[in-house]
Structures are given as structure tokens and as C-alpha cells.
Design a protein around this ligand. Structure first.
Ligand code: SF4
Length: 526
């Protein structure tokens, strides 16, 4: 039985260091620092672990409060780290849990000052700022600190980094990774004959389709204590904490992965772009939460899905779609982040300057598709990918919102968001802020497409069939206004130039009504 984390951690933390641990530190000469998103010892070189070195964890207040992270994200990160530290301790590793007002690196520097016989190894952080901080102390203690490559991804950064430039798109990268791993390959060719099966996907959800429930993981004493901590010390950060449903250990996360494979993977592909009001998860796996802090590894999830296909438990269109999300998209954006940082952080291709509308923070809006998406984010720190793209990012683009503010919001709001994953998705994929390095066009659409893929519009105050005026769906006129305003940027792009031509065919009265409705709506948007 686990005791409360406070009791248990008192054996391993620095408030004060217990006599038992103090004795261990006297004889210890090697330590490994494990970050909150590296919670899996199998990703570390096993030769480093055989002698059971000291494992150091840091709970950094400066990191937790650098941006107003969603309360559930803070609970998840801290609870998962505490569970992992305790599990390592139970496996016989000496474990030190450092509490720090400042950044992780400062806490480690102080520790190294106090323990001059100890050398430290750390795995390269996936986030830029943490890596920069660690590089500073690595310089200071150069003969005692060693870094090893980050092993939580599949693609070799050095091999692909220089290729990320205009024209090296996801599809080429994905095919190379499929060949490299042999996933869904047979005799050097893709299984089924095609590299992707999107034509069979992107279906809207038939009315009474049953959606399997995702079980809520019962919170234990450790998580309850962390919830208390966040509620007490960080009450004003974003989001609600009425209900916390996520796994916090590898065992729990693996159970959820197996359940996804058994009950939702088969329908994942067909309905991956569907939206249903009130359903936060549909057939999505929500395993990104566990992938992005190391509880689950990308290879094992791909292999579980492929095994399900081989046992005929899930069709190829779903399995390939799932593998592409992990092996293709997740790996691709991580290489992009490595190649484009830090300059990409400042990118803003359209020079948009409007503030992120208040509705992103409180869901207070009559646009039902937006209200539904933001409500899920408030409740769970999560909404599935097509709500992120087709609703939240789309609306931000159509209202000329500063992409940096949208980028920051995604980072704050989502339990699975770390800078390496949300920045390429927002500044590259959805807003075109990088000017087309990652995507060939900005993600914009009118209300018709949202209507096609969701059941939102039939219940919304706005009329998706009306094109302009107060009762019309704002996505409709804002979309055409966007095409008009940014035509020069798109005239070279085949698909978009079609839309420019379609706009040009509208009558002058229609064009004026689009402009008037857009100005009126945007002026009244808080
Ligand atoms: Fe969203 Fe427009 Fe549909 Fe309302 S009518 S749900 S605003 S797309």
C-alpha cells in the first residue's frame, strides 16, 4: 500500500534529507536527473542503471508557474512524477526529490555544489528553455555533468533536421519512417498497397453511434494530495479541477492503451474528424497525454495497434491512421521544432495583432462549436484534434488573432501540451505563422464544413445556411473575408486560388455584406 506522497516522499526529499538518504549520498558518486516528461527507465541506457545510481527528481515552482498551466495539467505532471519517483525507490534505487522555488537547473546546481563527489547524467530535455538552462549548468560543472540524447522519440534528429524546409512535407518523412521501422510494410511496400487511407476516414458520425466510455482512473492518496496542493497554492490558474480522470502510472496508462485498442481503435480512423456536442473524446485514444511524459513509448503503441490489425481486431484505415499520428505527425513536428527553434517562436506571417478572444478562457459564447470545444478544455484540459484545428485554430485565424497568443493558450490549456508539440501544431500547421515551412496553407474553413463533420450547427443560435447578417454563422462571412484580405498570399496556391476565384464571382453587394458582417462581428468580439 502506498502511503500519502508527503509521508513517502519525506524519505527521499530535501525537507530535510532523511538520515538514511544522507548516508546514501555520502557513498554515492553517480546520479541521473530525470525530468517530469522522461518517466520511463526503459528509455535510458540500461548500462547507466545497473549499479542503481541515485535518481534525482525536481519539483520546480518556477516551471509550474512560468505560464498559468491548466490545473489538471499541473496535477497530472506532478502526480505522475511522484508516482514514478516512488516506484523507482521501491525498485531499490536511491531517490532524491528536490523541491525548488527556482528552475530545475538551479536546484541541481545547488545539489552539485553540496555534493562535490557526485557526477550527474541527464537526458536532453525536449523543451528548448529547459535545455538551455541545463546547458548553463553543464558548462559550469563541465567535468561532472554529462548529457545523453533524448530517447523518447523514434526519428534521428540529425538525419532529418536539415531536411525541414519548404517542400519536405510530412508524407515524405512518414514514408521514410515506415521503411525504417518496417511498420505496416511487406516486402518493402506498404501493406494494403497505399501509404494512407484517409479516403476511408473523415466521416461524420451517424446519429446513434454508441461511443465506448473511457473509464475514469480512481484518484489515490498521492493524486488527492497533489490536487489539494494545486488548489491551495495555485487557485487562479486556468481550468477546472472538479474531476480528475487521468492515469498517473505506467500500469494504468497501459491498461487504458489496451482498452483503446480493444474498444475504440476500430472506429478511430473513420471518425477521427467528427465532432459531437458534449463528447470530449469520441474514438480518440487520448494517449498523447501518456506518450508526452514517457509513461508510454511511441514504438509500443504503434506495435500494439499493428498487432490488433494482424489479429483482425481493427481495420487498416484505422490502424494506419493511428500509426501515422505517432510515427508520422508526432515525430515530424518534433524534428520541425528542433530545426526551427528558437526563431519560429516569433513568427507571425500575416502580422495578426488581435487579442485572443475572452471566450477561449471562459467558453462564454453563443457559437456552439466553440463553446463545446472550450468547455471540454476547461473540464478536462483536453479536446480532440479536430476541435483544436477546425474550430479553435480556424476561428483564431478568421478573427486575425495574434498566433503567439493562440500558441500560448494551447500550451497553457492542454494536459498533453509541451512546447515541442504545441508550437509546431499552432505556428506551423494551423495558423501558417511560419509562412509555409510546415503546411501548404493556413487552416481556414466556413461553417459548411463544421456542419458536415458535426452535429453542432443544428443546435446553434446561428444559422449555418445564412451567409451574412446578424443571424448568419460567423464562420461563413469571416471565411470569405479572410480569402479577400489575404488573396495575394494564396494566389499561387492551387486550392486556395480556387477560393479567390469563387470570391471574385460574388456580386459587389455580397462582397460588401461579407465585409460589413465581418467588421460588425469582430468589433463586438471581446
Ligand atoms: Fe459553429 Fe456556425 Fe455551426 Fe454555430 S452555425 S455551430 S457558429 S459553425
Amino acid at each position: 500500500m502506498l502511503e500519502t506522497s508527503r509521508n513517502f516522499l519525506s524519505q527521499i526529499d530535501n525537507h530535510p534529507i532523511s538520515p538514511e538518504l544522507e548516508n546514501q549520498l555520502l557513498t554515492c558518486d553517480r546520479a541521473i536527473f530525470i525530468l517530469h516528461d522522461q518517466l520511463n527507465l526503459s528509455a535510458f541506457p540500461q548500462e547507466l542503471l545497473t549499479q542503481k545510481p541515485l535518481l534525482i527528481f525536481v519539483e520546480s515552482l518556477a516551471y509550474a508557474t512560468a505560464i498559468p498551466h491548466h490545473k489538471q495539467k499541473l496535477v497530472y505532471i506532478l502526480s505522475a512524477q511522484r508516482h514514478f519517483a516512488i516506484a523507482c525507490h521501491q525498485q531499490g534505487f536511491p531517490v532524491l526529490n528536490l523541491f525548488a522555488e527556482s528552475h530545475h537547473a538551479n536546484a541541481l546546481a545547488e545539489f552539485l555544489e553540496r555534493h562535490p563527489k557526485i557526477s550527474l547524467t541527464y537526458m536532453q530535455p525536449s523543451e528548448w528553455d529547459t535545455r538551455s538552462q541545463m546547458a548553463l549548468i553543464a558548462d559550469k560543472f563541465c567535468d561532472r555533468i554529462k548529457s545523453i540524447p533524448n530517447n523518447f522519440f523514434i526519428a534521428d534528429i540529425q538525419k532529418f533536421k536539415s531536411k525541414i524546409k519548404k517542400g519536405y512535407r510530412l508524407e515524405t518523412f512518414y514514408r521514410e519512417l515506415r521503411k525504417q521501422t518496417g511498420y505496416l510494410m511487406e516486402d518493402g511496400k506498404p501493406i494494403g498497397g497505399d501509404w494512407n487511407y484517409d479516403k476511408q476516414n473523415r466521416k461524420s458520425l451517424p446519429k446513434n453511434t454508441p461511443i465506448p466510455e473511457i473509464p475514469e482512473v480512481k484518484t489515490d492518496l498521492i493524486t488527492q494530495e497533489v490536487i489539494q496542493l494545486v488548489q491551495t497554492y495555485l487557485p487562479n490558474t486556468f481550468g477546472k479541477l472538479d474531476k480528475f480522470i487521468y492515469a498517473v502510472t505506467r500500469e494504468q496508462a497501459l491498461e487504458l492503451a489496451q482498452l483503446f485498442i480493444a474498444t475504440r481503435l476500430a472506429n478511430f480512423g473513420a471518425y477521427e474528424d467528427a465532432i459531437k456536442v458534449g463528447e470530449a473524446f469520441l474514438f480518440h485514444s487520448i494517449l498523447s497525454i501518456y506518450l508526452n511524459n514517457g509513461l508510454l513509448l511511441p514504438q509500443e503503441l504503434c506495435e500494439m495497434a499493428i498487432a490488433a490489425y494482424q489479429k483482425k481486431l481493427a481495420p487498416l484505415n484505422s490502424v494506419e491512421g493511428f500509426v501515422r499520428q505517432i510515427l508520422g505527425w508526432r515525430e515530424y513536428i518534433r524534428v520541425y521544432y528542433e530545426a526551427q527553434m528558437p526563431e519560429v517562436r516569433e513568427s507571425n506571417y500575416f502580422s495578426f495583432t488581435n487579442d485572443l478572444p475572452q471566450l477561449y478562457w471562459d467558453a462564454n459564447t453563443d457559437l456552439l462549436c466553440l463553446k463545446d470545444a472550450v468547455s471540454h478544455v476547461l473540464n478536462y484540459g483536453y479536446s480532440h484534434h479536430i476541435q483544436r484545428l477546425m474550430v479553435l485554430s480556424n476561428f483564431s485565424n478568421l478573427t486575425s488573432t495574434d498566433p503567439q497568443q493562440l500558441n500560448k493558450w494551447f500550451w497553457v490549456a492542454y494536459v498533453d501540451a509541451y512546447e515541442w508539440v504545441e508550437l509546431p501544431n499552432v505556428l506551423g500547421m494551423s495558423t501558417f505563422a511560419d509562412g509555409g515551412i510546415l503546411a501548404s496553407k493556413p487552416y481556414v474553413s466556413g461553417g459548411n464544413y463544421i456542419n458536415k463533420m458535426s452535429n453542432c450547427c443544428s443546435q446553434c443560435k446561428y444559422d449555418v445556411k445564412q451567409k451574412t447578417g446578424e443571424a448568419a454563422c460567423p464562420f461563413n462571412y469571416l471565411y470569405w473575408n479572410f480569402v479577400d484580405q489575404h488573396r495575394e498570399s494564396f494566389i499561387e496556391n492551387g486550392r486556395i486560388s480556387l477560393m479567390v476565384n469563387a470570391y471574385e464571382k460574388k456580386s459587389n453587394d455580397e462582397k460588401q455584406a461579407i465585409r460589413d458582417s465581418s467588421i460588425n462581428f469582430t468589433n463586438n468580439l471581446k
